[in-house]
Design a binder for this molecule. Structure first.
Ligand code: FAD
Length: 309
């Protein structure tokens, strides 16, 4: 069986693309390394998302459930827990072979929608793999009454600190720079809480026993002074390491970890398109959904050469 289109990644970009492909009757599947929903379910299932028209007061988990339900009702087939490991181009047949951890698929076109979530970046310090050291939050309410340390200064860290504070945890947030790198809205939110904010401060060591964290070392990087403190839980949000190894056999144009696309979402390789965070434009849900939709119209034109193109 040769597919018209295989979409890699089932976040907002991939799901939007799949909905469009169902509408345009393209024979397609979506292959997802983890669970359908992408960053919404893997990164912030608890968070209220306020950027997407028509989804008022919905959490990442709820939005993900609604999107998955919608696309599956329209006929999408989403293969979860099946990371793509390699893509090969067959110059003769002008098709592609996609190799996953489970099997191989042949397709006439590909949409890359794998986002930039990757795996959490570690700090490279002692104790960072302890079970009370976390790299995401599933449910802030679980930490009510806990003394917690949040490490990081971007939106993810600040939103996490805000959510934990609202869940009545005793929150400290440390950031190695002198100002947060987050939206004004998030800065205003965190400033309204009781969270202790320590700028120019780095977590340099975690001493942990079998069950609990015994102490942490915090470095004031201006005064070069350290102090020790004790926390029940630590949350580290130091960015992510993106794995794009599966693209390495393709001579596809990249800028850093981003796939370069034109204004129709076409990459440097005929038949391969990209959408969502992996293209490095505005990394937000509405943009990902719009790019996924546009990309599939471009793919349709590439495959079918319709009268209206
Ligand atoms: C903490 C946090 C909070 C955010 N809050 C907001 C917000 O409030 N509003 C907003 O608009 N945006 C928000 N964003 C950004 C938003 O989540 C992203 O812009 C959006 O999810 C991008 O969609 P995507 O489909 O491109 O990528 P993703 O949602 O990251 O989905 C990519 C999918 O591809 C899969 N994948 C990766 N590699 C492979 C592989 N080799 N094989 C198969 N599958 C693979 C991943 O498992 C993932 O499911 C937030 C992001 C974070 C991290």
């Amino acid at each position: 069986m040769i597919y018209d289109l295989i979409i890699i990644g089932a976040g907002p970009a991939g799901l939007s693309a799949s909905l469009t492909a169902s509408y345009l009757k393209l024979k397609h599947i979506v292959i997802e390394a983890n669970l359908g929903g992408g960053a919404l379910i893997q990164g912030y299932p608890w968070k209220k998302v306020d950027s997407f028209l028509g989804f008022w007061n919905k959490t990442g988990q709820e939005m993900s459930d609604i999107m998955m339900d919608h696309v599956q009702r329209e006929g999408s087939e989403i293969r979860e827990k099946e990371p793509v490991e390699k893509i090969e181009k067959n110059e003769k047949s002008k098709t592609f072979m996609i190799h996953t951890t489970k099997k191989e698929y042949e397709t006439k076109s590909i949409l890359i929608a794998t986002g930039i979530a990757g795996t959490p970046r570690k700090l490279g310090i002692n104790g960072e793999d302890h079970k009370r050291v976390h790299y995401s939050i599933k449910n802030p309410a679980l930490y009510e009454g806990h003394k917690v340390l949040v490490v990081g200064g971007g939106d993810t860290a600040v939103e996490a600190a805000f959510a934990l504070s609202n869940a009545k945890a005793d929150v400290s947030i440390v950031h190695r720079k002198d100002v947060f790198r987050c939206t004004e809205k998030n800065t205003a939110c965190i400033n309204k809480t009781d969270a202790i904010i320590l700028f120019n401060t780095e977590l340099t060591e975690i001493k942990a026993g079998a069950e609990n964290i015994e102490s942490v070392t915090l470095l004031d990087n201006i005064k070069s002074k350290t102090k020790n403190d004790k926390f029940d839980d630590i949350f580290i949000f130091a960015g992510s390491v993106i794995s794009i190894d599966y693209l390495k056999d393709l001579d596809i144009k990249m800028e850093g970890n981003k796939v370069v696309v034109d204004n129709q979402m076409k990459t440097s390789i005929d038949g391969i398109y990209a959408a969502g965070d992996i293209t490095g434009k505005l990394m937000r849900i509405p943009e990902a959904i719009g790019e996924g939709h546009l990309a599939v119209y471009s793919i349709f034109k590439y495959l079918r050469n319709p009268y209206w193109a």
